[in-house]
Design a protein around this ligand. Structure first.
Ligand code: UD1
Ligand code: CA
Length: 456
């Protein structure tokens, strides 16, 4: 029977090379903290417990992860990765297998880890990788027979050792009791004065315990983030992978280098995504949806055939079929558009429902408003939904016409077929088929002379 699995994630380091006050593991990759990626992967392995070792910025790390089932351990001083594991290990069951992950190696795949755990029932297993540029990583030393000897850190490596391209990914699995006794022998007599976790592997070998080295060919998975350049590189790699997956599923992505998916994106067939579009949260695009250049879509559902033109910002919106949005439209949370509705340039909606075929084509603010079907809202229409204390509702029926530059002072109701003359300030309800004119009458002054410049 396989032993019970516990995961220890190391996240106590400051990440000095990030040159930031934010703890390294809270820097985001694809919109999520680095550490969250690691936690999600760990969770997929079904461990009995996930331990997170925190230190620098520990409070903010814990706060960011609050509400998740995690056991935190504080490493007061960052004395090295070996010491960090020692902070959590006593809380693990002696007869479990412990998997150690680094909070700054975010893209390691659950399938890779699964293979490691299987081999670690009675001996340590480490994950190595071959890199073209091994700088910064611990190197894997092997003897003439090709058997594992030890890991040497970059700072401690001799010139010839530094040429080795097989590196330690940082991922390691071992029986908890074995790991515990090996850790006791780790010293900090090295270039950085730290207790190195990978030293347990060299010690195991010295004690005649076979160490299994699994070499992954996918360097992408094991990339660590130590500075902002590496973070950016990893972000692009990940986004390109996501773009490729979309294209493989039939989504026309204009440029794999210029798309950012920071949440979950689900697409129907014949979806077209132009350059520089950012997706956040949960986004669903129906068949044939087109997203123009430079849009940001967060938590939106867009039904089939809808055209989102360039430079739109959509958040918390539900959009029907065959609608046309933008360019330059802003749909804020609670915006719901029925089929064939149109929201054009410089129109902002919030908590607003549009019926079938209704339009606000230019320059409007609609807040806390319900719009029936086939209603036309003219340019410059503003709902005054806020009196400084409370929010009020504007309600428009079907077939309403609101003339340009009208101000609708909520609460107010325009019934089916109501008509508002351009430039009106509407403070009273308008019944069906009524015309509301809420403006001063035009006066023309005859024989009026323009002021003239005095000549001196
Ligand atoms: C580490 C490995 C190196 C490996 C590389 C892979 C050691 C000594 N070296 O080097 O062999 O090639 O990862 O990415 O393990 N941490 C703590 N407490 C500490 C020190 C570190 O929690 O006292 C955490 C950090 O927050 C980080 C992780 O451990 O998430 C790795 O630490 P880092 O200093 O980045 O190690 P590397 O120098 O990258
Ligand atoms: Ca690192």
């Amino acid at each position: 029977m396989e032993k019970n699995l516990e995961v220890i994630i190391l996240a106590a380091g400051r990440g000095t090379r990030m040159r930031s006050t934010l703890p390294k593991v809270l820097h985001t990759l694809a919109g999520q903290p680095l550490l969250q990626h690691v936690i999600d992967t760990a969770r997929a392995l079904g461990p009995s417990q996930i331990h997170v070792v925190v230190g620098y910025g520990g409070d903010s790390v814990q706060k960011t992860l609050s509400g998740q089932e995690l056991k935190f351990h504080t490493q007061k001083e960052q004395l090295g990765t070996g010491h960090a594991v020692g902070c959590a290990l006593p809380a693990c069951q002696r007869n479990s297998v412990v998997l150690v992950l680094f909070g700054d190696v975010p893209l390691i795949a659950a399938s890779t880890l699964q293979a490691l755990i299987g081999g670690a029932q009675h001996k340590p297993v480490m994950l190595a990788a071959r890199l073209v540029d091994p700088r910064g990583y611990g190197r894997v030393l092997r003897d003439e027979a090709g058997d594992f000897v030890a890991v040497v850190e970059q700072a401690d490596a001799s010139e010839s050792e530094a040429l080795i391209c097989e590196v330690n990914t940082g991922v390691l699995a071992a029986p908890a009791d074995q790991l515990g006794s090996l850790l006791k022998s780790v010293s900090n007599d090295n270039a950085q004065g730290e207790y190195y976790l990978p030293d347990v592997l060299g010690l195991a070998r010295q004690q005649g315990i076979a160490v299994e080295v699994v070499v992954t060919e996918d360097a992408f998975e094991m990339c660590g983030v130590n500075d902002l350049v590496q973070l950016q590189e990893l972000e692009r790699l990940l986004q390109c992978k996501r773009a490729d997956a979309l294209m493989a599923a039939g989504v026309a992505v204009a440029d794999r280098q210029r798309i950012d998916i920071r949440g979950d994106l689900e697409c129907g067939v014949d979806v077209v995504i132009d350059i520089n579009v950012v997706f956040e949260g949960q986004v669903r695009l129906g068949d044939g949806v087109r997203v123009g250049a430079h849009c940001v879509l967060k938590d939106v559902v867009v039904s089939s055939g809808t055209d989102i033109q360039p430079f739109c910002h959509l958040e918390g919106a539900v959009i029907g079929e065959q609608c046309r949005i933008g360019p330059y439209a802003r749909l804020r949370p609670g915006s719901v558009l029925a089929d064939t509705a149109r929201v054009g340039n410089f129109v902002e909606t919030k908590n607003t429902t549009f019926g079938v075929g209704s339009k606000a084509n230019h320059l409007a603010y609609l807040g806390d408003t319900t719009v029936g079907s086939d209603t036309n809202i003219g340019a410059g229409t503003i709902t005054c939904n806020y009196d400084g204390v409370d929010k009020h509702k504007t309600s428009m029926g079907d077939g309403v016409f609101v003339g340009s530059n009208s101000t609708l002072v909520a609460p107010v109701t325009l019934s089916d077929g109501a008509f508002v003359a351009a430039g009106s300030v509407v403070t009273n309800d308008v019944a069906g088929e009524e015309l509301a004119v809420g403006r001063a009458r035009q006066r023309n002054i005859a024989d009026w002379r323009r002021p003239k410049k005095k000549k001196d």
